[in-house]
Design a protein around this ligand. Structure first.
Ligand SMILES: Nc1ncnc2c1ncn2[C@@H]1O[C@H](COP(=O)(O)OP(=O)(O)OP(=O)(O)O)[C@@H](O)[C@H]1O
Ligand SMILES: [Mg+2]
Length: 296
């Protein structure tokens, strides 16, 4: 079980969206983390053979995925970022419809649908129309359809977008469960989505993997420490201008700041344990966890 990318590159006219990405993936969860426009979707679409690379190649167990054709689609499951569901179909009919596109036999499709809807917690809602599902429920249906062919490679593009924090946690658990015997690659710009479930985190910026590793490896590679200090309220703006500040909390008489710096930013500053959120702030220069529409 080996998915290998070598020098994978995608140009859109004179714009390079993915720039010589090389990586080897096996069983487990891989978290592709990057800000809007980093190239996550473009990379995933190439791995799903929906987009032809400008350069480089992708192999599955040594075979070129673009030459594997149907035998590759059999082992691939994909939840697109803007996945199209059919609003008037019931959840069950939607699953049967996708099964027919994937070439599953009706009896197999029915069995898989039952099992998967149970697994994603939608069994009781199978007769409900897709249009009447909540955002989180739709995403679950999206994951269920991607799992219909019991894929070895499961690609989930922003599976948690727009979910509330509770749904997010349920989602993480579901994805962990699904990763037992397959490769799961999921993209997000929410650090906490991958911090605990992804064995390997791939930080993507401007089309490149500029840092990869476990959460601990990425955190321990930071060349700045994290400090906590309390400053007078009127000094906050000046700190925000001079330092990378990952959090501001109002406290009596001032504000408590969480600051990334290589030396104490204020008298009495105490060292705090760094998190992956801090690393994200350090490397991307912006805070993680802000959704497309500005929601946390
Ligand atoms: N078909 C296309 N034609 C031209 N440019 C494109 C095309 N698809 C993507 N791009 C550009 O490539 C870059 C990467 O886009 P991509 O969708 O892969 O980013 P992303 O990391 O998935 O972002 P997001 O977090 O917003 O989903 C962006 O600058 C985007 O505008
Ligand atoms: Mg995207």
């Amino acid at each position: 079980m080996e998915l290998r990318m070598e020098g994978l590159t995608k140009d859109f006219k004179d714009f390079r969206a993915v720039d010589h990405v090389s990586c080897v993936m096996g069983r487990g969860v891989y978290g592709l983390l990057g800000v809007n426009g980093a190239g996550k979707t473009t990379l995933m679409r190439m791995i799903c053979t929906l987009l032809k690379p400008t350069d480089g190649k992708v192999t599955w167990d040594g075979k070129d995925i673009f030459k594997m054709d149907a035998s590759y689609r059999e082992i691939l499951g994909y939840l697109p970022q803007d996945f199209g569901y059919y609003p008037d179909l019931t959840v069950q009919d939607y699953m049967m419809y996708i099964s027919s596109i994937k070439g599953l036999r009706p009896l197999t499709a029915k069995k898989r649908t039952e099992v998967l809807l149970e697994r994603v917690g939608l069994r009781k809602l199978k007769k409900r129309k897709m249009r009447n599902l909540s955002g989180g429920m739709k995403r679950r249906a999206g994951i269920a359809q991607a799992m219909l062919n019991d894929p070895k490679i499961l690609i989930l593009d922003e599976p948690t977008a727009g979910l509330d924090p509770n749904e997010r946690i349920r989602f993480r658990n579901l994805i962990s469960e699904l990763s037992e015997d397959r490769l799961v690659l999921l993209s997000t710009h929410i650090v906490s989505d991958v911090e605990f479930i992804a064995g390997e985190i791939l930080l993507m910026q401007e089309g490149k993997f500029f840092l990869t590793g476990t959460a601990d490896e990425i955190i321990s590679g930071m060349d700045q420490a994290v400090w906590r200090c309390t400053v007078p309220r009127k000094a906050v703006d000046s700190y925000l201008g001079r330092y990378l500040v990952s959090n501001v909390k109002t406290v009596p008489g001032g504000a408590e700041l969480r600051i990334l710096a290589d030396r104490p930013p204020a008298e009495g500053a105490a060292i705090e344990e760094a998190t992956l959120e801090d690393a994200f702030l350090l490397y991307f220069g912006e805070k993680a966890g802000v959704d497309h529409d500005g929601k946390i």
